[in-house]
Design a protein around this ligand. Structure first.
Ligand code: AMP
Length: 189
């Protein structure tokens, strides 16, 4: 039987880990920034990443992929095409041209707001929220809040990297009965 916990194999995981660059003290002192641009620059690494994200959600009846500006657009857009789902952008304030709903939230390094077009999600649509990295979970939680306000159902969250020590997945409702899937490829202790 397909076991999503067995994804990816050790070789693929080591390959992807080697494509993440640690940048100390960016964008603020004390933050160890996980730079995904070496991964984006490596066609094999990018392909493996997108295959893994897609494999985890095939069969989960995903209608919409919500991508979070800006690195969530890269993975979310490609994932939506692979899942035959639509893509909805969640953006920083003032970027979306149409009528928007807005939510404010706390970040690992500061505060922020996100917006979504008001007519993005059909009630009952099954949604996966995508970003490059899960830290405290505030950003992904905010995108899920915007989705739920329009009647969307959060099927899951997908990340390339998860900073386990910040326990972001607890904030996303994992452990709750019938809670959403939270899938991250690379885990950082
Ligand atoms: P959070 O809301 O705390 O889960 O933060 C997640 C968002 O901030 C994502 O959009 C990430 O791209 C970004 N982020 C937070 N911490 C880091 C980090 N250490 N390295 C790279 N990106 C980060």
């Amino acid at each position: 039987m397909f076991d999503p916990n067995q994804l990816p194999g050790p070789h693929a995981l080591a390959y992807l880990r080697a494509l993440l660059r640690d940048v100390p003290d960016f964008p603020k002192p004390g933050i160890l920034f996980k730079d995904i641009t070496p991964l984006l620059a490596d066609p094999r690494g990018l392909h493996i990443t997108l295959d893994l994200l897609a494999q985890r959600f095939i069969g989960e009846h995903v209608d919409v992929v919500v991508g979070i500006e800006s690195r969530g657009f890269i993975f979310g857009g490609a994932l939506s095409a692979r899942l035959n789902a639509s893509f909805v952008p969640v953006r920083k304030p003032g970027k979306l041209p149409w009528k928007t709903d807005r939510v404010a939230y706390a970040l690992e390094y500061g505060e922020a707001e996100l917006e979504m077009h008001v007519d993005s999600i059909k009630p009952g649509a099954r949604v996966v929220v995508v970003d490059d990295l899960l830290a405290t979970g505030g950003t992904a939680h905010a995108a899920a809040e915007l989705t739920r306000r329009q009647g969307g159902v959060i099927a899951g969250f997908a990340f390339v990297v998860e900073l386990d020590f910040l326990k972001g997945r607890e904030r996303l409702g994992v452990g709750r009965e019938a809670g959403p899937i939270v899938y991250s490829i690379v885990h950082v202790d």
